[in-house]
Design a protein. Structure first.
Length: 387
């Protein structure tokens, strides 16, 4: 005979689980329940973990308030593991532990980005704009099944902080010179470095100590940043040297079809980037797409701003140093052409329509520094360029 639950969704009040077993980097069920409990008083229950059905897999915390705005923080008390199916519970608990009414306040999915016995970083990913949070253990031992049973401890007090970015990455917009295809011969010149113009979405990249924050080149209509960090993936778990923390890069997010390696159309890329992070991850899997980043300029090196007028060689030296610390399967410098012969070859490949990563054209960077020139492949209108 199966053992009766201590309370709805709570098989064992002494079983807390180890937070370090939370899987990193994949969507996990998440729910916030408003619990109008008679004994404990009104509070919110925050739960996330693997989808375990009737098994106790949901790590749980209870708090009086929620840190709904960036910068806000609140205390949350660790609760025992709840069953996976309890995430869908709404209704009245008529007696015993937790007696009162339970309502769903929010429900969706989270990504765990980093976890230790004392700290959990996670992202709420089912909303249009992702929200990031940090939980820090303030009291009580980092409990597991054994310590919870032997010490009769509750899960301890944790601090829950809303760490969602609010500041856009400051930058000066560059207005490119545009040259039609029939005038391309004017820029076949070793005084320029030609780069492939990737079929992508303009983005800015800020290097933090443990991740690369990826943001749209443009903010929302309310001035908040559009964060693509977790849609893109492959941007966490890095170890950026101290002198490079704060660096800002300019590049393009692009998608490739696996296993062919061909760039996906702009409409398909937009459909992924304009979705919630959860839907973006689902679309990437269903459509066999991997998002990557083509980085072509440095706007800030550590704490020092870098001007577009600085010689290209200096900026490329900085960029190549930074690239050594970024994931090589996700970040790349666009293919370049230095000599006239190489420039003509790159142009011919792109114009033929057989180049796998772009049909747009090339960008010519003056070696002495200054604004680049865009050269379009035949038949592509300028309004396709969204940067």
């Amino acid at each position: 005979m199966a053992k009766a639950e201590f309370a709805p969704g709570l098989p064992d009040p002494a079983r807390f689980g180890r937070v370090t077993t939370l899987p990193i980097g994949r969507p996990l069920p998440y729910v916030v329940q408003r619990h109008l409990a008679e004994r404990a008083g009104p509070h919110y229950d925050i739960r996330f973990g693997p989808n375990g059905g009737t098994r106790p897999t949901l790590f749980s915390w209870a708090g009086r308030k929620l840190p709904e705005k960036p910068g806000q923080k609140t205390l949350a008390f660790r609760q025992p593991l709840h069953t996976g199916q309890y995430a869908g519970f709404e209704g009245e608990i008529t007696s015993g532990y937790g007696k009162g009414v339970v309502k769903t306040h929010d429900k969706g999915a989270v990504l765990i980005t980093k976890v230790t016995p004392d700290k959990i970083n996670f992202v709420v990913i089912h909303k249009k704009h992702p929200e990031t949070f940090t939980m820090i253990r303030r009291s009580g031992p980092p409990v597991g099944d054994v310590t919870a049973r032997t010490k009769k401890t509750q899960g301890g007090m944790w601090l829950l902080i809303n760490t969602t970015p609010t500041d856009v990455i400051k930058h000066k917009k560059i207005h490119y010179t545009k040259v039609p295809a029939e005038q391309i011969h004017k820029l076949f010149d070793p005084e320029y470095l030609h780069m492939e113009k990737i079929d992508g979405a303009a983005a800015l990249y800020k290097l933090l100590s443990d991740r690369i924050e990826v943001m749209s080149y443009r903010p929302t209509t309310t001035g908040r940043p559009i964060v693509h960090t977790y849609r893109v993936g492959g941007t966490t778990g890095v170890n950026i040297p101290k002198h490079l923390v704060g660096s800002v890069l300019r590049g393009e997010i692009f998608g490739v079809r696996t296993p062919t390696g061909e760039a996906i159309p702009a409409q398909e890329l937009g459909g992924i980037l304009n979705s919630s992070t959860l839907k973006a991850l689902q679309k990437k899997q269903e459509q066999k797409v991997k998002l990557k980043n083509a980085i072509f300029n440095v706007l800030r090196y550590g704490k020092a701003p870098v001007s577009i007028d600085e010689p290209l060689a200096q900026r490329m030296t900085m960029l190549k140093e930074i690239m050594q610390h970024l994931p090589q399967d996700t970040f790349r410098i666009p293919r370049s052409a230095a000599t006239v012969e190489e420039q003509k070859k790159l142009w011919d490949e792109i114009r033929s329509g057989e180049y796998p990563l772009t049909h747009e054209g090339i960008v010519a960077w003056p070696r002495k520094g200054g604004k680049p020139t865009i050269e379009r492949s035949a038949g592509l209108p300028y309004d396709r360029y969204h940067s």
